[in-house]
Design a protein around this ligand. Sequence first.
Ligand SMILES: [Zn+2]
Length: 330
Amino acid sequence: MIITPSDPDGTQLAIGIDVGGTNLRLALVDGCGSIIHSVRTRTEGHGVFSAFRALLTENITALRHYARERDMLATTIGIGVPGLVGRDGSIHVAVNLPALNGVNLRDELQAITGLPTIVANDVNACAYGEKVYGAGRDLASFLMVTLGTGVGGGLVLDGGLWTGFDGVAGEFGHVTVEPEGVPCPCGNRGCLEQYASGTAITASSRRIITEGVETSLSQIPPDGLTVESVASAARRGDQAALAIFAEAGRYLGIAAASVANLLNLEAVILGGGVAACSDLFAETVRNEVLTRAFPLPGKRMRIVKAALGDNGGLIGIATLSLHHQDRRKP
Ligand SMILES: [Zn+2]
């Protein structure tokens, strides 16, 4: 399935929902990508689907009420979920929220709200947001990569979001970079996510401390180690911390080089929390791509930072719902 951008219309209004492992964010987003109003609530304690559905319903109702009081009307809903989302709105694998596994979230929400609803992978939604309003605006084809707890991916090809035959395309984090490597919860071994996510970076830091490698990180208690603390050690010149980022960058580059050869993209757009430290690894990614890919696609593929930050997912999924609705009009 390919969804392509349509002309902005500021009078349209959608409810965008971003489902995270700990937070649920909802926003009213207009047809120009502006957030009119947003709320954030905890998903903890909503491990059963009926409880999660009640939480969604309550917050959607509150947002629609907020809009109505201001003479506005939300006409669509978009919900971004981390994991594998089928093109019919079924959740095949929900990362961190197993209560959603097997649920057709589109049908559930449409039945409750009466509004046309689209469900998408959260990073696909981010990619679409960056295409329409962010760093991908002037690009026809790129890969969005989010580096956070995991590694997510979303593909924009020839101006449209590419979600694949079943809807589950773009799982860049589960590209194999070490055939006999670290086991991954997806069932494979040596997935990129096990080497380049924020989780992997902090795990590597803990490992080198245990191994007795000389590093200023050993002064930080193991449970206090974060990507930010490893990054600030690296920026102070800590060689071990620099090596951890270089290693993550190398693996990202190995995977990105295959993507360059396969798809000849214009760019990789980096988002997510770890992208804030991309100054520490972007060069390594670039060099690895140039070393491994054919020169033409390797040089073509730039590494750029996402422009929409934390709001990319919300803006992207709301916009996706508006454009998807446009597409269905006669
Ligand atoms: Zn995996």
